[in-house]
Design a protein around this ligand. Structure first.
Ligand code: ARG
Length: 299
């Protein structure tokens, strides 16, 4: 089913069934060996004078390693795919597939990247999924753009997906997710190029609470988000851009990993009694990604 109104989103919320794990059983990351900014496919990748940003490789490796060890300390096993030469954005492991349970197996629906520069990343993920016992699927619509967990955000434990579209993923993909795999979809149109993936402006903390960047959405989309979640935490304009603060991630509904340069969001979460772990992702912000983008959470 695809829901198209605030009323529909409220109805979906009231009828939602929890039939899957609320906590991911694995985190997948890509090592940053070849990470750098060597082209610009989103506005974050250039500085104010228009030059590509420069990554400090040693610092990037340290930040990535710290993030990995935070997941491990929280009890989540982390699998790593090795980064590949010529694929500088492959470290953003949220984008190359959408992974879910269906008909008794774990499926990896491969992404169809919007930009040529990122297309070959998917080959490496395909290999990982094939050798790890996942059912690998491809979209029937081979022409559609689809960037995996960057745009398709699953409400933990349910079959509800908030589906971002407009920049990197086409609306039509969600009809296929609904018809072929039984997802209930709340499609969300993106309209601000700084928030080019849904995960840059919406973080589903748990089935009751979401963090949002209000000006990333059309009014109708924002209404659907507000109708589904009981608690909405808004991110300030400043933190949403400079810290990509809405790219935070909760691995268990209660602990939230937040970019450390977003003090207002950290405070807002702590006031609501979430446990916050501040994480430094400054090197990855240079390519337009942060915590949520740096991993694929497999439920
Ligand atoms: N430079 C990458 C791109 O523009 C960053 C991807 C960040 N990932 C994410 N899930 N938002 O594609």
């Amino acid at each position: 089913m695809i829901v198209e109104s605030a009323q529909g989103a409220r109805g979906l919320r009231n009828s939602v069934t929890f039939n899957a794990d609320l906590i991911p059983h694995r985190i997948l990351m890509v090592s940053p060996d070849f990470y750098r900014v060597s082209y610009a496919i989103n506005p974050h990748m250039r500085d104010s004078s228009g030059k590509l940003k420069t990554v400090d490789k040693a610092n990037a490796l340290e930040q990535w390693t710290t993030l990995k060890s935070i997941f491990e300390k929280l009890g989540l096993p982390v699998s790593t795919i090795k980064g590949a030469p010529g694929l500088p954005d492959m470290v953003f492991a949220a984008n190359q597939a959408f992974v879910f349970h269906f008909d008794g197996t774990t499926h990896a629906l491969l992404a169809q990247m919007a930009h040529e520069a990122r297309r070959d990343e998917v080959i490496h993920f395909r290999k990982f999924f094939e050798t790890s016992g996942y059912t690998v699927d491809q979209l029937d619509n081979s022409q559609a753009k689809f960037e995996g967990h960057g745009d398709a955000l699953l409400v933990p434990g349910t079959k509800v997906v908030f589906g971002g579209h407009g920049f990197r993923t086409d609306y039509d993909v969600y009809a296929e997710l609904s018809d072929r795999f039984g997802f209930d979809i709340v499609p969300i149109q993106l309209q601000n190029e700084s928030f080019y993936h849904l995960d840059t402006c919406l973080s589903i903390i748990n089935p009751d609470c979401a963090v949002v960047v209000e000006n990333a959405f059309e009014p109708e989309g924002l209404k659907m988000i507000r109708s589904f979640f009981k608690t909405i935490i808004e991110v300030s304009d400043e933190e949403s851009r400079s810290a990509l603060a809405a790219n935070c991630f909760s691995p268990n509904g209660q602990t939230v990993l937040v970019e450390k340069s977003a003090p207002a969001l950290i405070g807002a979460l702590e006031t609501r009694e979430f446990e916050v772990i501040p994480v430094d992702t400054s090197e990855f912000l240079k390519a337009g990604g942060s915590i949520f983008c740096l991993k694929m959470a497999i439920f």
